[in-house]
Write a protein that binds this ligand. Structure first.
Ligand code: GLC
Ligand code: CA
Length: 511
């Protein structure tokens, strides 16, 4: 387990929209370098950068055309290597986004695979044996290549699935996992990982990590075998490199070798009940002032996963990501403060999505690069009240995506100047986490007071006690604070003798 994960707090950067230094309307590596001090100052000591590789951008770069070359719009490979160096100088780590399940249809492997003549790449993707032979049970495309067969997709039409083999082969065209050509796919992906790790990258966020082996069993035995093999390679060759999966099944993913797994927004799950419970039309998110105050919905889902994965790796909570609505969609800045107090004091390794530290809004705008509804969470970072919100110097119509032009659009400069801002609270919370080991990844998590329909919610991390009240009412719980003193609070000061009394919209941390 890489030691640096113990106190890591990640900042996710959608590179298109973070900071543009050459006035072409799109973010770049130099922009990320210029803002490293800002990110570090916020309390984030690690980055996850969304795919920044050569791509036709039919899915914002999740359609990779060349795994070893960055997209020229962000700069050069050397700029990215320099970014690694600048990050390390500041004691920060950088994860790139690895997309192992599929490539762009423009990747040279795919072009070779689609040739009629058999070659080294013929089995790099999944093909049937004739253009009129359907790949039943899978999304597939026919009629595009000279090769007589249809090929299987992993996501959009532009993203053919790489072939890691089938756990159970049911058709003649399905190769077993141990077929040399399927092993070659796995080795090719390890080669990509080595390439970036050798240049200074610190690991990967792994896209659709559960999607590799087809016809897998319920326990994902096939796909897990591959990841365990990758992890062995890392442990031997790059023991400080970290991998986090987009899987949201930590019980499987951490046993399969991931150091961290995202607890993703899935309809009705515990994470959604905290800040994204709007799918039914009515919003009962726990952190809403008028929510139903039911933290047990979260705990019922989370605790079994937490217990089952102790010692195997970390569950990652996130404010948002490039695929979800921003938390501001549901919560006000006041509500976000309490929500972040929770997310940033939980075990595991937390992730903050760029702009969530100032409460950037979800924008209702047309789709871009395969984003669809997701596009609204991918708009340029709002740095100031200047032109293009300080993101770029280009004419507004040349921006990658429009900036939030509303009168009260939040921005970094204004919040820096305001002690009561969300930005300051995020900075305080992260500083608190870095100060006390009990608030970091490993310390025990114990529920002290959590009742359906009742508040506060009280829990312990190691020896530190945390009590939260997201509601508009003053609340009380008969909790023995064991003589602990207040080390941090949000909102009106709490009374901590003879139980804990919390004012509306407040939280307290005791040690
Ligand atoms: C993941 C990414 C998403 C992308 C998809 C296909 O879910 O987070 O943005 O579209 O995989 O690669
Ligand atoms: Ca640029």
């Amino acid at each position: 387990m890489p030691k640096w994960l113990k106190d890591a707090v990640f900042y996710e950067i959608y590179p298109q929209s973070f900071y543009d230094t050459n006035g072409d309307g799109i973010g770049d590596f130099n922009g990320i370098i210029e803002k490293l001090d800002y990110i570090k100052g916020l309390g984030c000591n690690a980055l996850w950068i969304n795919p920044c590789f050569d791509s036709p951008f039919k899915d914002a770069g999740y359609d990779v055309r060349d795994y070893k070359k960055v997209a020229p719009r962000y700069g050069t490979n050397n700029d990215l290597y320099r970014l690694f160096g600048e990050a390390h100088r500041r004691n920060m780590h950088v994860l790139l986004d690895l997309v192992p399940g599929h490539t762009s249809e423009e990747h040279v492997w795919f072009k070779m695979s689609g040739k009629a003549e058999k070659n080294e790449y013929s089995n790099r993707y999944i093909w049937t044996n004739g253009c009129f032979e359907a790949a039943y049970g899978f999304p597939y495309i026919g009629g595009e290549c000279e090769r007589d067969g249809v090929y299987v997709l992993n996501f959009f039409k532009s993203q053919p699935a790489l072939n890691y083999g089938f756990y159970e082969c049911k058709e003649p065209w399905q190769l077993p996992m141990d077929h040399p050509d399927c092993i070659a796919t796995r080795e090719a992906m390890k080669d990509v990982m080595r390439f970036w790790l050798d240049h200074g990258c610190d690991g990967f966020r792994v896209d659709m990590a559960d999607s590799l082996v087809k016809n897998d069993d319920a326990a994902k035995t096939g796909t897990c075998t591959i990841w365990r093999n990758v992890r062995e390679m890392l442990d031997t060759e790059y023991p400080e490199a970290a991998i986090i999966s987009e899987w949201s099944n930590p019980t499987l993913a951490l046993k399969a070798g991931f150091h961290m797994d995202f607890y993703l927004n899935r309809r009705g799950n515990g994470y959604n009940s905290l800040l994204r419970d709007y799918e039914s039309g009515e919003d009962n998110s726990f952190f809403r002032m008028d929510g139903q105050g039911d933290i047990t919905r979260f705990l019922r889902d989370y605790l079994p996963m937490y217990e089952a994965t102790r010692g195997d790796g970390y569950i990652s909570m996130f404010t948002c990501n490039h695929d979800t609505l921003r938390p501001k969609y549901s919560l006000s800045d006041r509500e976000l403060k309490i929500a972040y107090a929770f997310l940033f004091t939980m075990p595991g390794v937390p992730f903050l999505y760029y702009g969530d530290e100032i409460g950037m809004r979800y924008q209702r705008i047309p789709t871009k690069e395969g984003g669809y509804f997701r596009t609204g969470s991918r708009t340029p970072m709002q740095w100031s009240r200047e032109k293009d919100a300080g993101f770029s110097t280009c004419p507004p119509d040349a921006l990658y995506l429009p900036v939030d032009t509303s009168e009260d659009a939040p921005n970094v400069a204004s919040q820096e100047a305001d002690e009561a801002s969300l930005l300051h609270t995020v900075r305080e919370l992260l500083a608190l986490r870095h100060t006390y080991e009990d608030l970091q990844a490993d310390a025990d998590f114990n529920v002290i007071y959590a009742e359906s329909g009742k508040l506060p919610c009280v829990y312990r991390r190691g020896d530190i006690l945390i009590a939260l009240n997201p509601s508009e009412q003053t609340v009380y719980a008969l909790v023995d604070t064991g003589g602990r003193a207040v080390i941090y609070g949000i909102g009106e000061e709490a009374a901590t003798e003879n139980g804990i009394t919390l004012a509306p919209q407040s939280c307290v941390v005791l040690k």
